[in-house]
Design a protein around this ligand. Structure first.
Ligand SMILES: Nc1ncnc2c1ncn2[C@@H]1O[C@H](COP(=O)(O)OP(=O)(O)OP(=O)(O)O)[C@@H](O)[C@H]1O
Ligand SMILES: [Mg+2]
Length: 204
């Protein structure tokens, strides 16, 4: 724990930044089982928003584990720390006025609640999107062959098989990817952002 540290505020406040950049940040937190479609939807959404000249960036589970979180495993404590760090990183991106897309299984409710709290305490927007598909469907998709390995006992603590997934109780959006196309999911999210005034029409 660091001591003798003092927070150094910037010379522009959040409203001034939003006004100057003509964009307000928001963290769009995608949660769901492996292969539910978080990365696929986040990539499509990132492309869609960028093509409208909006500042957006995707933080994705495996990618972050190659760098910042390479010291963490998949036991419960490591997963807690993984999500805590992502919560903090997404707060920084969103504070910088970015539309921040996070694609992490983030299986524990308490961890997602912490990520939300980190944003709310900083006065920043945060929405949770449940990217939902039944276990039978994601096992059938198995794009990385991970469910097959988990069933064979080659991977321990695999969410949905040998580790828990706690579905959101009050996510802002619930997308059932077994029943909709990727582009419909993107549309659902952008419609929600427009409707709630998180983004404004006619950008770019
Ligand atoms: N409606 C849909 N939305 C998203 N993905 C879909 C949909 N229908 C089928 N898929 C397929 O499901 C798979 C989802 O894989 P993806 O890597 O996006 O999952 P993920 O949630 O990011 O998993 P992980 O937690 O392992 O990173 C892809 O192969 C994708 O093509
Ligand atoms: Mg993914």
């Amino acid at each position: 724990m660091a001591t003798n540290i003092t927070f150094h505020p910037g010379s522009v406040n959040i409203e001034e930044r939003v006004d100057l950049l003509q964009q307000r940040g928001i963290t769009i937190w995608l949660t769901g089982l492996s292969a539910s479609g978080k990365s696929t939807i986040a990539c499509a959404l990132e492309q869609h928003l960028l093509h409208q000249h909006r500042f957006t960036y995707r933080l994705d589970g495996d990618n972050v584990r190659f760098g910042l979180n390479k010291d963490l495993g998949f036991d419960e404590k490591s997963r807690n720390e993984n999500i805590r760090r992502i919560g903090e990183i997404s707060r920084l991106f969103t504070d910088a006025a970015c539309i921040t897309l996070t694609a992490f299984i983030s299986p524990y409710r308490a961890d997602r609640a912490l990520a939300r709290k980190i944003h709310e305490e900083a006065g920043l927007n945060f929405i949770e999107v449940f990217v939902d598909a039944p276990l039978e469907v994601v096992e059938q998709r198995d794009p990385k062959g991970l469910y097959r390995k988990a069933r064979a006992g080659e991977i321990q603590e695999f969410t949905g098989i040998s580790a828990p997934y706690e579905p959101p109780l009050n996510a802002e959006l619930h997308i059932k990817t077994a029943d909709c196309e990727v582009k419909e999911a993107v549309q659902m999210i952008t419609d929600y952002l427009l409707e709630k005034g998180y983004i404004t029409a006619g950008h770019g």
